[in-house]
Design a protein around this ligand. Sequence first.
Ligand SMILES: [Zn+2]
Length: 309
Amino acid sequence: MATLLYTHPACIDHNPGLYHPESPHRLKAVMGALERKDFASLDRREAPRADLAWIERVHDAFYAKQVLDAVPDAGQVHLDADTALSPASGEASLRASGAACAAVDAVVGGDGKTAFCAVRPPGHHAEPARAMGFCLFNSVAIAALHARVIHGLKRIAVVDFDVHHGNGTQAAFWSDPELFYASSHQWPAYPGSGMESERGVADNIVNVRLRPGSGSKEFRHAYRDTILPALGRFKPELLIVSAGFDAHARDPLAQLEVATEDYGWLTGELLNIANAHCKGRLVSSLEGGYDLEALAESAALHVRTLMEG
Ligand SMILES: [Zn+2]
């Protein structure tokens, strides 16, 4: 079965402002890399718009309305110091969440085995009632609850290898023993959460902090020794990945030294767990990554590994 690729032009049009690191060029770079001929067999699909009802499985209704009502006719509107809306942002955020939900529909329905959502804005910092860290709606959490409500899946896991802790996903999953969230992230760094002592109601949250300067060895060690065994014990029926590539050595927003090849290795390890526990069902959604070349080559290796899995 093919690997699916979901995206939408609105996700490029979302523009948080000149000189903002979460720029439209990020997604252009990723999509450029995925145009190469070795990606010709990707099953390319337009991301649908998420219904508000899907968003509201994770976010408070007043918050979702507040975000969409704040979308400006021109220029930018700031929701916090680093999270801004432009005219395309409402559409982009609905398409980003819609991509993850459609990807869940496809892999659970047997229409594809794995899927990558090439979308922005990212989502893992968005809390149930708060926009944060370039994120508006938490696409991976929304997709997890979509899998539960629409498809009846019980145990759903999110693994987040973005260099920043996904505080929003952790908050959404904290009180639910059948939702699992694991993150590797630099610490200290934005947003400041993600201590190992943050474990959720049923040890369903797993955090591994990495010191600035940590590289391939520490990154792989975090997964091999802690995150992958915990994920295996959880036995997910669906694996969702928050795929941020800002732990890369060349990323300007953080100080880890992860290599492009590490993303290929980790993707393979995650596929092994998906194959062992959930019929290979893996849905990945783009989060951060701010060096355009490092982002493009890392995302391309991630997708190529999914295609081989
Ligand atoms: Zn990040």
